[in-house]
Ligand binder design. Structure first.
Ligand SMILES: CC(C)(COP(=O)(O)OP(=O)(O)OC[C@H]1O[C@@H](n2cnc3c(N)ncnc32)[C@H](O)[C@@H]1OP(=O)(O)O)[C@@H](O)C(=O)NCCC(=O)NCCS
Length: 149
Protein backbone atom coordinates (compact mmCIF):
# COMPACT_ATOMS: atom_id res chain seq x y z
CA UNK A 1 0.00 0.00 0.00
CA UNK A 2 1.33 3.42 -0.97
CA UNK A 3 0.56 5.95 1.77
CA UNK A 4 0.50 9.63 0.95
CA UNK A 5 0.18 12.77 3.04
CA UNK A 6 -3.30 14.23 2.50
CA UNK A 7 -3.94 17.94 1.97
CA UNK A 8 -6.74 20.50 1.96
CA UNK A 9 -7.61 19.24 -1.53
CA UNK A 10 -8.84 16.04 0.18
CA UNK A 11 -11.31 17.69 2.60
CA UNK A 12 -14.45 16.61 0.74
CA UNK A 13 -13.21 13.02 0.42
CA UNK A 14 -12.31 12.93 4.13
CA UNK A 15 -15.69 14.33 5.17
CA UNK A 16 -17.40 11.64 3.07
CA UNK A 17 -15.17 8.85 4.42
CA UNK A 18 -15.71 10.00 8.01
CA UNK A 19 -19.49 10.31 7.57
CA UNK A 20 -19.64 6.78 6.14
CA UNK A 21 -17.59 5.18 8.94
CA UNK A 22 -18.07 7.19 12.14
CA UNK A 23 -21.23 7.80 14.17
CA UNK A 24 -19.88 11.21 15.27
CA UNK A 25 -18.07 12.47 12.16
CA UNK A 26 -16.05 15.68 12.07
CA UNK A 27 -17.34 18.70 10.14
CA UNK A 28 -15.55 20.16 7.11
CA UNK A 29 -14.09 23.07 9.18
CA UNK A 30 -12.78 20.60 11.74
CA UNK A 31 -11.21 18.56 8.94
CA UNK A 32 -9.52 21.71 7.61
CA UNK A 33 -8.08 22.43 11.06
CA UNK A 34 -6.98 18.81 11.33
CA UNK A 35 -5.21 18.90 7.98
CA UNK A 36 -3.41 22.08 9.04
CA UNK A 37 -2.43 20.88 12.51
CA UNK A 38 -2.10 17.07 12.50
CA UNK A 39 -0.58 14.39 10.31
CA UNK A 40 -3.10 12.91 7.89
CA UNK A 41 -2.20 10.05 5.58
CA UNK A 42 -4.24 7.91 3.23
CA UNK A 43 -4.26 5.73 0.17
CA UNK A 44 -6.23 5.79 -3.08
CA UNK A 45 -7.89 3.01 -5.03
CA UNK A 46 -7.16 2.27 -8.67
CA UNK A 47 -9.63 4.96 -9.71
CA UNK A 48 -7.92 7.61 -7.57
CA UNK A 49 -10.67 7.65 -4.90
CA UNK A 50 -9.67 7.85 -1.24
CA UNK A 51 -9.80 4.26 0.09
CA UNK A 52 -8.82 4.96 3.68
CA UNK A 53 -7.14 7.47 5.93
CA UNK A 54 -5.51 7.87 9.32
CA UNK A 55 -4.84 10.94 11.46
CA UNK A 56 -2.24 11.11 14.18
CA UNK A 57 -0.71 13.78 16.37
CA UNK A 58 2.95 13.74 17.35
CA UNK A 59 4.87 15.26 20.23
CA UNK A 60 8.57 14.35 20.47
CA UNK A 61 8.73 10.54 20.58
CA UNK A 62 5.02 9.99 21.33
CA UNK A 63 2.11 9.84 18.91
CA UNK A 64 -1.64 9.48 19.24
CA UNK A 65 -3.87 7.89 16.63
CA UNK A 66 -6.86 10.23 16.33
CA UNK A 67 -8.75 8.54 13.51
CA UNK A 68 -8.47 5.55 11.17
CA UNK A 69 -11.07 4.47 8.64
CA UNK A 70 -11.43 2.35 5.54
CA UNK A 71 -14.18 3.06 2.98
CA UNK A 72 -17.10 0.69 3.76
CA UNK A 73 -16.91 -1.17 0.43
CA UNK A 74 -13.22 -1.89 1.04
CA UNK A 75 -13.43 -3.10 4.64
CA UNK A 76 -12.48 -6.64 5.64
CA UNK A 77 -9.81 -7.03 2.95
CA UNK A 78 -6.73 -6.35 5.04
CA UNK A 79 -6.52 -2.66 4.13
CA UNK A 80 -7.05 -1.38 7.67
CA UNK A 81 -4.20 -3.57 8.86
CA UNK A 82 -1.99 -2.37 5.99
CA UNK A 83 -2.82 1.28 6.71
CA UNK A 84 -2.13 0.86 10.43
CA UNK A 85 1.13 -1.00 9.74
CA UNK A 86 2.17 1.78 7.35
CA UNK A 87 1.53 4.45 9.99
CA UNK A 88 3.46 2.46 12.62
CA UNK A 89 6.40 1.93 10.24
CA UNK A 90 6.50 5.64 9.35
CA UNK A 91 6.41 6.68 13.01
CA UNK A 92 9.07 4.16 14.03
CA UNK A 93 11.34 5.37 11.23
CA UNK A 94 10.88 8.94 12.50
CA UNK A 95 11.95 7.93 16.02
CA UNK A 96 8.53 7.67 17.70
CA UNK A 97 8.57 5.12 20.55
CA UNK A 98 4.91 4.93 21.58
CA UNK A 99 1.56 5.43 19.87
CA UNK A 100 -1.57 5.69 21.98
CA UNK A 101 -5.24 5.51 20.99
CA UNK A 102 -8.73 5.39 22.46
CA UNK A 103 -11.54 3.27 21.07
CA UNK A 104 -15.18 2.74 21.97
CA UNK A 105 -15.84 -0.37 24.06
CA UNK A 106 -18.45 -1.44 21.48
CA UNK A 107 -16.00 -1.22 18.57
CA UNK A 108 -14.88 -4.85 18.66
CA UNK A 109 -13.69 -4.77 15.09
CA UNK A 110 -11.23 -1.91 15.65
CA UNK A 111 -10.04 -3.51 18.91
CA UNK A 112 -9.42 -6.80 17.05
CA UNK A 113 -7.38 -4.84 14.51
CA UNK A 114 -5.28 -3.11 17.18
CA UNK A 115 -4.71 -6.31 19.12
CA UNK A 116 -3.72 -8.27 16.03
CA UNK A 117 -1.27 -5.48 15.14
CA UNK A 118 0.42 -5.79 18.55
CA UNK A 119 -1.25 -3.13 20.70
CA UNK A 120 -1.38 -3.48 24.49
CA UNK A 121 -4.52 -2.47 26.35
CA UNK A 122 -3.36 -0.06 29.06
CA UNK A 123 -6.59 1.15 30.64
CA UNK A 124 -10.18 2.25 30.33
CA UNK A 125 -12.07 5.51 30.74
CA UNK A 126 -15.55 5.01 32.17
CA UNK A 127 -18.46 6.64 30.29
CA UNK A 128 -16.06 8.50 28.03
CA UNK A 129 -18.04 8.53 24.77
CA UNK A 130 -21.65 9.61 24.15
CA UNK A 131 -23.68 6.86 22.45
CA UNK A 132 -27.29 6.08 21.55
CA UNK A 133 -28.04 4.53 24.96
CA UNK A 134 -26.19 7.20 26.99
CA UNK A 135 -22.43 6.81 27.47
CA UNK A 136 -19.90 4.08 26.83
CA UNK A 137 -16.38 3.36 28.03
CA UNK A 138 -13.17 4.05 26.12
CA UNK A 139 -10.49 1.40 25.94
CA UNK A 140 -6.94 2.76 25.80
CA UNK A 141 -4.24 0.99 23.79
CA UNK A 142 -0.53 1.59 23.30
CA UNK A 143 1.86 0.41 20.62
CA UNK A 144 5.50 0.26 21.67
CA UNK A 145 7.64 0.86 18.62
CA UNK A 146 11.24 0.14 17.89
CA UNK A 147 13.41 1.61 15.17
CA UNK A 148 13.38 -1.79 13.45
CA UNK A 149 9.54 -1.92 13.18
C1 LIG B 1 -11.66 -0.72 11.93
C2 LIG B 1 -11.26 -0.68 10.45
C3 LIG B 1 -10.27 0.46 10.22
C4 LIG B 1 -10.58 -2.02 10.11
O1 LIG B 1 -10.20 -2.00 8.74
P1 LIG B 1 -10.52 -3.25 7.80
O2 LIG B 1 -9.86 -2.99 6.50
O3 LIG B 1 -11.97 -3.51 7.80
O4 LIG B 1 -9.78 -4.43 8.61
P2 LIG B 1 -8.82 -5.56 8.03
O5 LIG B 1 -9.51 -6.27 6.91
O6 LIG B 1 -7.48 -4.96 7.76
O7 LIG B 1 -8.71 -6.53 9.27
C5 LIG B 1 -7.85 -6.21 10.36
C6 LIG B 1 -8.26 -6.95 11.60
O8 LIG B 1 -9.55 -6.51 11.98
C7 LIG B 1 -10.30 -7.61 12.47
N1 LIG B 1 -11.52 -7.71 11.68
C8 LIG B 1 -11.68 -7.48 10.36
N2 LIG B 1 -12.95 -7.64 10.02
C9 LIG B 1 -13.61 -7.96 11.15
C10 LIG B 1 -14.95 -8.23 11.47
N3 LIG B 1 -15.92 -8.22 10.55
N4 LIG B 1 -15.27 -8.48 12.76
C11 LIG B 1 -14.32 -8.49 13.73
N5 LIG B 1 -13.03 -8.26 13.47
C12 LIG B 1 -12.68 -7.99 12.21
C13 LIG B 1 -9.47 -8.84 12.37
O9 LIG B 1 -8.91 -9.05 13.66
C14 LIG B 1 -8.35 -8.45 11.43
O10 LIG B 1 -7.17 -9.02 11.92
P3 LIG B 1 -6.35 -10.08 11.01
O11 LIG B 1 -5.66 -9.21 9.99
O12 LIG B 1 -5.41 -10.68 12.00
O13 LIG B 1 -7.36 -11.01 10.42
C15 LIG B 1 -12.50 -0.51 9.52
O14 LIG B 1 -13.39 -1.58 9.74
C16 LIG B 1 -13.22 0.80 9.68
O15 LIG B 1 -12.92 1.76 8.97
N6 LIG B 1 -14.20 0.87 10.63
C17 LIG B 1 -14.97 2.09 10.85
C18 LIG B 1 -14.13 3.18 11.50
C19 LIG B 1 -13.56 2.74 12.83
O16 LIG B 1 -14.19 2.06 13.62
N7 LIG B 1 -12.32 3.18 13.09
C20 LIG B 1 -11.62 2.92 14.34
C21 LIG B 1 -12.00 3.94 15.37
S1 LIG B 1 -11.04 3.74 16.86
Amino acid sequence: MKLEALSLADVDALVALDAATNIHPWTAPLWRDTLNQQHTVGFRDAGGQLGGAAVFSRVLDEAELLMIAIAPAQQGKGLGRALLDGVLRQLAAEGVREMFLEVRASNQRAQALYQSAGANEIGQRRNYYPCAGGREDAHLYAFYLSAAA
